[in-house]
Write a protein that binds this ligand. Structure first.
Ligand code: FE2
Ligand code: FE2
Ligand code: FE2
Length: 507
């Protein structure tokens, strides 16, 4: 009777795990469930902790889920506690380094090894033949679920990448168009981020904002068709030259032929970013809401960044003056609602100007920016102990921490490997901007540790590229490793290397 009940319960679990999609749980959920079902059965004296470990791209077992402990992204598994479990074969009992006994179930599909589930059990327990048979079935079912989960992630990733390949081409085209008058591409980055901050303030849906982030960099793509004589002319343009320059809007429109929402948005922006709310703009003289909202947002972002930047023919305007000028153009040049959103987003926009500045960082410059508002859980926290004594650099580092927290939140909330990969690329892009700024500052002030810094920055970027590759074939395990690496590297590098930059201020 007792035996039967046990078989029924475990049988149910096996059947549920074997169904396509398993229990439709993530690994933590699966492990908790397993623990719960086995824990009810007297024949399985489940104790303490259980873990699922999967092989990474280097054939090393990494803990990806743990039960009876906080989740791995909160508390990474102790590295060598389970080392003795690595050597065992088949269903077996093995002791962790701390003496706790584990029942080890290998996870595999055919000849492909996936990893193992290790369930804590009482030290004196030995499974009988009946238990071994059940455990074999359980291992098979669990393997199926884990492999299904991995496949689902990989598939979603491929789908997203097909989509992204196109956005990448479009983005690069935008950057190429900027190369002639701005080598660093910083204007495009600032302008795009400012446009996104305004769109967020206008409560534009995330999907639309994703489109904007790819389409905004394209606003001046038509400049590809304007001759060097006009594009690179140092002084002011004559009336005829300006007439030619204006055609960059229509050239952009022609370049962006196509009919999906992304290309359409990019075309609207390229064609209409010099249109005015009151109809006095070019090339069509469109008025009010006949101008696409994307273009109305980009117009404000583009002008604000141009005003506050130094150009060969003009000095940078002070921020307050530029804001005043834009306010004065509400209802004339600009959509009043967009100007309002721009003003509401100013703290964020000022931060963007600091994060993507062109000039060499002055180590003694004081920057007091408001504490950003966090809607998400923060897993890595920047605090004063990480300050390098240079305000602008601190601000960059805080932003890198923000991006890392966003990335960890994507993982914790299981928004998928695709979303994770996107954030990884945003993080790597910004790290590039930051490293370049940091290195230029070091170079300019003759900092002795420059080569060591350069090397570490490079190692970091290479590691991120490898993570991006591994996320495809080992999505589950790579996520866990990535988060661990990011946390460790950022804090370690800032604490041990970047804080030495203090010498630039004190020395
Ligand atoms: Fe333009
Ligand atoms: Fe840094
Ligand atoms: Fe650094």
């Amino acid at each position: 009777m007792h035996q039967d009940l046990q078989t029924v319960d475990i049988g149910k679990l096996i059947i549920r795990l074997s169904a396509a999609g398993g229990l439709d749980l993530d690994l933590d959920g699966m492990l908790a469930h397993l623990h719960e079902v086995l824990g009810k059965l007297p024949a399985f004296p489940v104790r303490g902790t259980s873990v699922i470990r999967l092989y990474n791209s280097e054939n090393r077992l990494v803990t990806v889920a743990q039960h009876g402990l906080p989740p791995v992204w909160q508390q990474p598994a102790a590295a060598d506690r389970f080392a003795p479990l690595t050597a065992v074969e088949g269903i077996s009992l093995a002791q962790a380094t701390d003496g706790e006994q584990f029942l080890v179930l290998p996870l595999a599909i055919g000849n492909a090894r996936l990893g193992q589930a290790a369930i804590g059990v009482a030290g004196d327990w030995q499974p009988g033949t009946g238990e071994i048979a059940l455990l074999t079935d359980l291992g098979t079912a669990l393997s199926g679920s884990v492999s299904y989960l991995m496949m689902k992630e990989t598939l979603a990733l491929r789908e997203m990448e097909l989509e992204d390949a196109r956005s990448q081409v479009i983005k690069r085209l935008g950057i190429a168009s900027e190369f002639r008058d701005n080598e660093t591409g910083m204007h495009i980055m600032r302008m795009t981020n400012i446009a996104l901050a305004i769109a967020k303030e206008l409560a534009m849906p995330q999907k639309q904002r994703d489109i904007l982030s790819v389409a905004a960099p394209m606003h001046d793509v038509g400049k590809i068709g304007i001759s060097d004589a006009i594009m690179l002319k140092p002084g002011r343009l004559s009336e005829e030259e300006f007439a030619v320059m204006k055609t960059h809007t229509e050239i952009g429109e022609r370049l962006l032929a196509g009919c999906d929402s992304l290309v359409e948005a990019a075309r609207d922006i390229a064609l209409c970013h010099h249109e005015n709310w009151d109809g006095s703009g070019y090339p069509r003289g469109l008025k009010g809401e006949r101008i696409s909202i994307f273009a109305r947002i980009c117009a404000v972002a583009d002008v604000f960044d141009a005003l506050t930047s130094r150009r060969p023919y003009k000095e940078a305007w002070p921020v307050a003056e530029a804001v005043g000028w834009i306010r004065g153009e509400a209802g004339r040049k600009f959509d009043p609602a967009v100007v309002q959103a721009f003003e509401d987003a100013l703290p964020e926009i000022l931060r963007i100007l600091e994060l993507y500045r062109e000039e060499i960082i002055n180590p003694r410059q004081r920057v007091k920016l408001p504490e950003p508002f966090y809607s998400n859980t923060r897993w890595v926290i920047w605090d004063a102990s990480l300050s390098v004594g240079i305000d602008v650099i601190d601000e960059h580092h805080r932003y890198l921490f923000d991006l890392t927290n966003d990335l960890i939140n994507v993982m914790v909330n299981r928004r998928g490997t695709g979303a994770l990969l996107r954030l990884l690329s945003a993080l790597s892009d910004y790290a590039e901007v930051h490293f370049r700024a940091e290195e230029r500052m070091m170079e300019h002030f003759g900092y002795a540790g420059l080569d060591r810094q350069k090397e570490q920055h490079q190692t970091f970027q290479e590691r991120l590229r490898r993570f991006a590759v591994d996320l495809h074939d080992y999505p589950v395990v790579t996520q866990v490793e990535l988060v661990g690496y990011l946390r460790g590297w950022l804090v370690g590098h800032i604490k041990h290397e970047d804080t030495l930059l203090r010498a630039l201020v004190t020395g």
